[in-house]
Each structure stands twice: as structure tokens, then as C-alpha cells.
Ligand binder design. Structure first.
Ligand SMILES: Nc1ncnc2c1ncn2[C@@H]1O[C@H](COP(=O)(O)OP(=O)(O)O)[C@@H](O)[C@H]1O
Ligand SMILES: [Mg+2]
Length: 262
């Protein structure tokens, strides 16, 4: 498939609420000396265009493995993931790279910024790698940084920014190529509750005003308040699905801290 073929397939006018990303019988099995580890075990999941979905599960439950598979970073041992009409297991490495660059923005727990570059250059680099000129990239990066409230910190390097500000730079970097999907894997894991909730608010805004599909994982119930839907995973399997109105977030927070999860 050429990149033009991929673009043509993805060009379909997806509407808010259309089925957009699916995991179909996805398993990831690691074969170690002590035996097999099922990081994921037959996960089926449907994610809709423009929704804000949280994936909740304790450490080791398979959240990152699931993110990597639906985010075209890793291949499943069984089953397949699909984005729009693209079945990821059928794509070559270079086709997957194209999908990653063009349609997906990634945010991680550790912000993964380049220490020697300013906020502006950390963000603009992603745009330059897509073929834009340096001047256009800087312009797009400044706009993305302004949209996350960092217009006044363009020339700061990561070590001159707080954790919450660094995560905002990472969000701007994820947004600068205008992805259809943002995958945020425990983006609030290194932040205090208030700063974490500010990051969740920014992600929520993307889903609401820009129609970006946001998938955000966490093990902290205090980060679920803006979710439209929460999918729970445990031991590599999907356990449950709920909408926040059904959740008693206060009890869950108490439960989780009693278990030492927080
Ligand atoms: N490369 C690997 N080799 C062996 N086991 C792995 C590997 N990566 C992840 N796992 C195992 O898979 C399970 C799920 O891991 P992960 O997806 O990172 O969970 P989470 O992100 O929810 O903390 C864990 O038991 C972990 O130890
Ligand atoms: Mg993880």
C-alpha cells in the first residue's frame, strides 16, 4: 500500500460517535524461561470517533501493552487492532510509521522531551520531521504551545519547566501534526492531583472542541472525572465498562488508596 492509499482510506469522513478504533481478540504473549506471560488475553474493544475514553487498571494490568498495540507501536501475538479501515497487522513497518506520524499523537508518563531543546523546538521538530519548513514548524509549534497555555514559555528548556508544564509541552508535541487520535499512557502518573487534573482538562478540551479521539490510561480514580466511558482492565483482560455517572469515584479513590495503588 502506498501512503496515498493509506490517506485515501483514512480520508473517509468519520463522524463523532462512529466506530473508529477496535481491538479484536488481541493477545500479547511473552515467552519467558519461567513460562508464558499473557500481557493481554483476548481483549475486544471498540472506541468511537471523538470520544474521551479512560482505560483504568492497576500497574501491570496491560494498559501500556494495549496502548502500544492500538497505537501501532507493537504487534499483537494474536488478533488485530484496526484504526478506521486500516488493519494494523496487515501493514508493513514503514506503513505503520506513516500511520503513527500522521494520525496518532502520543503522550507518556515521563514526558520524553529532548533536554537540550527549548519547548518551541521540542514541538516544532515533530512538524519538521513531517516535511514542513523550519519557519512553518516554529509557527505551528508556537500555536500548539499557546493552546496548552504555554505561549509565555517557548524559549524554556525542559529543566526550566515544572512537571505539569513539561507534560503540556508533550501534549503540544502530540498535537502539532493535528492527529485524529491522542493516546495518553498514564500522563498524570508523575504529577500531583491538581496538576494531573489540569492535564486531564486539556485532554478533555481536545475531545470536546476539536473532536480528537482521546484515550487516556490511569490507575488513579481521581483522573476519571471527565471521561465519557471507562474501560477496566485487570490481568490482561477487559473486566468491565462503565460511564462515570455509574461510578462512585469517591469510594473508588478510598479503595485504591487503601490498597496502596495511589
Ligand atoms: N517485554 C516484556 N517481556 C515480558 N513481560 C512483559 C513485557 N512487557 C510487559 N510485560 C508484562 O506484561 C504485563 C502488562 O504490562 P504493562 O502493559 O506494562 O502493564 P501496565 O501498563 O498496566 O502497568 C505485566 O505483567 C508485565 O510484566
Ligand atoms: Mg504502563
Amino acid at each position: 500500500m502506498t501512503t496515498a492509499d493509506i490517506e485515501k482510506k483514512m480520508d473517509r469522513d468519520f463522524q463523532r460517535g462512529d466506530s473508529f478504533i477496535t481491538a479484536n481478540g488481541v493477545s500479547k504473549i511473552y515467552r519467558l524461561r519461567g513460562g508464558e506471560v499473557y500481557a493481554l488475553n483476548n481483549v475486544n474493544l471498540e472506541i468511537f470517533r471523538s470520544e474521551y475514553l479512560s482505560i483504568m487498571g492497576p500497574s501491570g494490568s496491560g494498559k501500556s501493552t494495549l496502548f502500544n498495540i492500538i497505537g501501532a507501536l507493537d504487534r499483537p501475538s494474536q488478533g488485530y487492532a484496526q484504526i478506521g479501515p486500516l488493519r494494523l497487522t496487515e501493514l508493513s513497518s514503514s506503513e505503520l510509521a506513516y500511520v503513527r506520524c500522521n494520525y496518532i499523537g502520543y503522550i507518556f508518563q515521563s514526558y520524553n522531551l529532548i533536554p537540550s531543546l527549548t519547548a518551541l523546538k521540542n514541538v516544532s521538530l515533530s512538524h519538521t520531521l513531517m516535511g514542513a519548513t523550519p519557519a512553518d514548524s516554529d509557527k505551528a509549534a508556537a500555536k500548539a504551545l499557546e493552546s496548552v497555555g504555554l505561549g509565555h514559555r517557548l524559549d524554556h528548556r525542559p529543566d526550566e519547566l515544572s512537571g505539569g508544564q513539561q507534560q503540556r509541552v508533550a501534549i503540544a508535541r502530540a498535537l502539532v501534526n493535528r492527529p485524529a487520535v491522542v493516546l495518553a499512557d498514564e500522563p498524570t502518573g508523575n504529577l500531583d492531583t491538581k496538576t494531573g487534573q489540569e492535564i486531564v482538562d486539556i485532554l478533555h478540551d481536545l475531545h470536546r472542541s476539536e473532536g480528537v479521539t482521546v484515550i487516556c490510561s490511569t490507575h488513579d480514580p481521581k483522573m476519571l472525572h471527565k471521561s465519557q466511558r471507562v474501560v477496566w482492565i485487570e490481568d490482561g483482560s477487559k473486566r468491565n465498562e462503565s460511564i462515570p455517572a455509574e461510578l462512585n469515584l469517591k469510594d473508588m479513590a478510598a479503595d485504591a488508596s487503601a490498597k496502596g495503588d495511589l
